[in-house]
Ligand binder design. Sequence first.
Ligand code: NAP
Ligand code: ZN
Length: 333
Amino acid sequence: MTTFRGLSAATPGAALQWREFEPPALRPHDVEIEVTHCGICHSDLHLIDDDWGISRFPLVPGHEVVGVVRDVGPAVDFLSVGQTVGVGWQSGACLHCDSCVSGHENHCARSEATCAGRPGGFADRLRTDGRFAFAIPDGADPASTAPLLCGGATVYSPLARFARAGAEVAVIGLGGLGHLAVRFAAAMGCRVTVLSSSSSKRADALDLGARDLASSTDAHELDAQRGRFDLIVSTVFSSLDWPRVVATLRPGGRLVLVGAPARPLAIPAAALLSDRWVGGSVIAGRSGIRDMLRFADAAGVGAVVESFAMDDANDALARLRAGDVRYRAVLRR
Ligand code: NAP
Ligand code: ZN
């Protein structure tokens, strides 16, 4: 019998413990990946805490995987054993619906997730659909590349769609997703402002390519930005003063939520009438992820990483819970 070792939460909120498990069968399109690095996305914490009611326990989190292909199913002729690949949040889709055939597999009603319902990347090995595994560019640093697979793709997608060189772009929340949004937007030639609840992050924000940092929580500082932004990408999962945030958009401007606060936004319709738009974005389709990886490689965009041994995953999770990671924790084997 084949066994894998994974870091597993037995119940909601529990500390991770090493556990041996029998992996799911290797299906025709699957690959088996020896994990070398796995980023810790805040979605992993949401899953461990069962914030979304979709977690199945015991739960092996992890969906920002980089590793080496060690086995392939009989239908995999597009990846080879020994190749370095990355895997993000999504691990399956019907591949036939309108969303899938138009390159938006992320909107497929039959989308499957790498670590919800299946064991994820906080493990020695991972079996997953090879059609959702992406070749990593030669020479790319695996630690700073792993967070691109979920966090990078998620913020690149609305930027590639809505931002232009010279646009005024705000990024709310300088965390795992937010710091990558700053780097991508700066590399696209945007004028980037970070809206943060932590004034201590100013120097880092400027180092990452932002021109300015203002408070995301102080009413006066938000009011000082009124009518300024073409695009705001919000990565926070907490509630903000959304009418005030929307007022920082210029007419025609757009607020894109990638973090999902639990409470409704409560934005008066009148605040939107001057052609201001509020929407959301979820990860990216496969072509978007490939495009993001090429752009990141060409522009030298990678994550700022704090590296932890897998044995220290609970310390890394505690740091993330405390909002104390600069800026993405990555587990290495
Ligand atoms: P993270 O590293 O913890 O960063 C979140 C940031 O939010 C923090 O760094 C902090 O930035 C800000 N923040 C935290 N608490 C706050 C509060 N009480 N008030 C105001 N700001 C606060 O998390 P992440 O990995 O970037 O993930 C962010 C969210 O995106 C998570 O909810 C995750 O599930 C979600 N996500 C969505 C997608 C998608 O496809 N849409 C994909 C991946 C992740 P400052 O200190 O700068 O304020
Ligand atoms: Zn994620």
